[in-house]
Design a protein around this ligand. Structure first.
Ligand code: AMP
Ligand code: ZN
Length: 105
């Protein structure tokens, strides 16, 4: 848990966020400012600032499996995934997350 990290606080349950899915590695919840009709975020439970700081191959695999499970759970069979890495690329929250974006579910 990193102080002042909004996603650590969400993972910790501080805001009572509804999780679409939770497992040992990640939580999944709705993006607060959806850019597509369905826009959800897969967030690791451990604090990793960005993909550049991730060196745990097992966690990476678990996150991608969670993407697949979460998409299925919200009824998306067709969707885009996005990881913004670094400020210039548009990363705003420095706790790794994978966007899942779909047009309908
Ligand atoms: P990124 O630009 O890749 O860092 O994406 C950050 C995403 O987190 C944006 O799409 C925001 O809308 C979303 N976001 C920021 N704060 C929250 C929050 N408290 N709950 C849900 N989503 C959030
Ligand atoms: Zn964090």
């Amino acid at each position: 848990m990193e102080e002042n990290c909004i996603f650590c606080k969400i993972v910790n349950g501080d805001f009572g966020t509804d999780f679409i899915l939770e497992n040992d590695y990640a939580v999944v919840f709705n993006d607060i400012n959806p850019k597509t009709p369905v826009h959800i975020l897969v967030v690791p439970k451990t604090h990793v600032a960005s993909l550049n700081e991730l060196d745990d191959k097992n966690l990476l695999g678990e996150l991608m499996m969670t993407v697949k499970q979460a998409a299925k759970k919200v009824g998306l069979s067709s969707y885009k995934t996005l990881i913004n890495t670094g400020k210039e690329a548009g990363q705003e929250v420095f706790h790794l997350h994978i966007h899942i974006m779909g047009d309908k579910n």
